[in-house]
Design a binder for this molecule. Structure first.
Ligand code: ZN
Length: 494
């Protein structure tokens, strides 16, 4: 008797090895940004390129097509696994290998050129590389779109089943109310208090660790290190986060840690039976960002938890120069117009994203040219924010995404906020007394609800379906807007 492996088992065994290799690749990246010796950059680039080649070859292995053709899923879970593998396989197959490697090379050069242009405040040092990246991205998008909208095709890289039209509707609903709220805040003439003493690094890191623990980050399967741009890396038994400190702004360290803890807690909470399979990862960028933003903002910057954090800060640092928990809440919810997306408050943040969404669609569609980009950026920024951009670093060169050919990535940030708004409203409905627990520093009723309704499912469901199952209705922008208007009216007046 010949014992032949069932096609589904063969498919999953192959995928499992590919996932393990991807994890190793991710860990090389983590190491590069945290503890790698500075002189090792060249060697590391070669190591990563080789492993990337291996992983790419595995993802396009023709046997996957044969197994998929023969698979008869035994249940809905197997059907979902096969569906996710088929989606990846077909998308990879549509892009010629020469185009994929040309784009990867252009993006690698783009990153270096972007950094140099930023440093020298000279856009012309980046423009030729960006031109290449956009042209190759357009070719790739056209190949993926197969006659459809090219921007929808790149969006699919980060947000499955989302379309530009749908985003336009969602963002169209956000924009007028966000602008009205922003104007109201600016017109209120209130200047919230801020910190005016220095806070040592080691104290900030100790407190960051404590906050991560309180939010259920499992240190037996994770660790915190420092990085220039905080990020989260890994899955299942090894999910690492990074943070940074700033002497005058301890809240940046604490809240960026909390943000990464949201990403990490999600990956740590995914059903362990899904490990190393396609459903064993976060459902999309938007869903991932919904978890990190909920931890950071709706929960972390809410009054009850801010009260707990105020006491924890005083325990760590003594007199922090802020008189009360109520005043501390104002400090961490300060709302101010600024140039930088990553430093923006909850109101301005989405305006930064909406602007990038419109501009990158124009770039991919060819309606906006690279030489015109800096001026177009500055004009749009003036119109939306009322500020004259004073440098490229504060303008079009602040984000690395386009230099890495990550078109379609930006909208996920605001989509995450929209999903977070929906989930937070449902959490309040289902767990009415979670605020009392938060005030005691017990976040488990809130995170427990998120774990049960969102996190454990991984990619078992499509992003919108996941939100709908958790909340009982299709996602809309209204809950986020209601939340922002209520919170900031309380601070800045009606
Ligand atoms: Zn994030």
């Amino acid at each position: 008797m010949v014992n032949r492996l069932d096609p589904f088992d063969a498919l999953m065994a192959h995928r499992r090895e590919t996932e393990a290799l991807s994890e190793i690749l991710g860990r090389l990246g983590w190491d590069m940004e945290t503890v790698m010796p500075p002189g090792a950059a060249e060697q590391r680039a070669e190591e990563i390129a080789v492993l990337e080649g291996v992983v790419h070859a595995r993802r396009t292995d023709p046997r996957i097509g044969e197994w998929l053709a023969a698979v008869v899923p035994a249940d809905e879970l197997q059907e979902r696994q096969a569906e996710l593998i088929r989606r990846d396989f077909e998308r990879n197959a549509r892009v010629p290998a020469t185009l994929a490697s040309a784009l990867a090379g252009a993006a690698a050069r783009g990153h270096a050129a972007w950094a140099a242009a930023r440093e020298a405040e000279d856009f012309s040092l980046f423009a030729p590389q960006l031109q290449d990246i956009i042209e190759l991205s357009r070719d790739r998008a056209a190949a993926l779109a197969d006659g459809g909208d090219p921007y929808d095709a790149v969006l699919e890289d980060h947000e499955p089943a989302m379309t530009a039209d749908e985003l336009e509707n969602l963002f169209g609903a956000l924009r007028p109310r966000l602008l009205a709220l922003r104007d109201r805040i600016a017109g209120a003439g209130k200047t919230p208090p801020g910190f005016n003493r220095a806070f040592d690094d080691s104290g900030q890191l100790r407190l960051a660790r404590q906050v991560a623990e309180v939010f259920g980050y499992d240190f037996s399967r994770g660790r915190i290190d420092r990085a220039i741009h905080p990020f989260t890396s890994g899955s299942w038994q090894d999910v690492r986060i990074t943070t940074r400190t700033s002497p005058a702004h301890p809240e940046e360290c604490l809240y960026s840690t909390l943000h990464e803890v949201g990403h990490a807690a999600y990956e740590q909470a995914i059903d362990r039976r899904y490990r190393f399979t396609p459903v064993g990862r976060g459902a999309s960028n938007g869903i991932h960002e919904s978890q990190s933003r909920l931890y950071e903002n709706q929960i972390g910057r809410g009054r009850p938890f801010a009260g707990w954090l105020f006491e924890a800060m005083r325990e760590e640092f003594g007199d922090i120069g802020i008189a009360s928990a109520a005043e501390f809440w104002l400090v961490v919810n300060r709302c101010e117009t600024g140039f930088i997306r990553t430093e923006a408050d909850e109101v301005h943040y989405n305006l930064h994203v909406l602007m990038r969404f419109d501009m990158e669609r124009d770039l991919i569609a060819g309606r906006l040219s690279v030489p015109d980009l800096p001026e177009a950026w500055n004009a749009r920024f003036l119109a939306d924010f009322g500020l004259v951009v004073d440098s490229l670093k504060n303008g079009v060169l602040q984000d690395v995404h386009w230099a890495k050919a990550a078109f379609g990535y930006f909208p996920g940030y605001t989509l995450g906020n929209v999903y977070a708004g929906c989930l937070f409203a449902a959490l309040k409905r289902d767990v009415p007394d979670f605020d009392d627990a938060l005030a005691r520093g017990d976040v488990s009723p809130a995170t427990g609800w998120l774990r049960a309704n969102v996190q454990r499912h991984g990619s078992r469901y499509m992003p919108k379906e996941l939100v709908e199952r958790a909340t009982g209705s299709a996602p809309t922008a209204a809950p986020l807007l209601d939340y922002l208007e209520a919170k900031f009216s309380e601070i800045y007046g009606p």
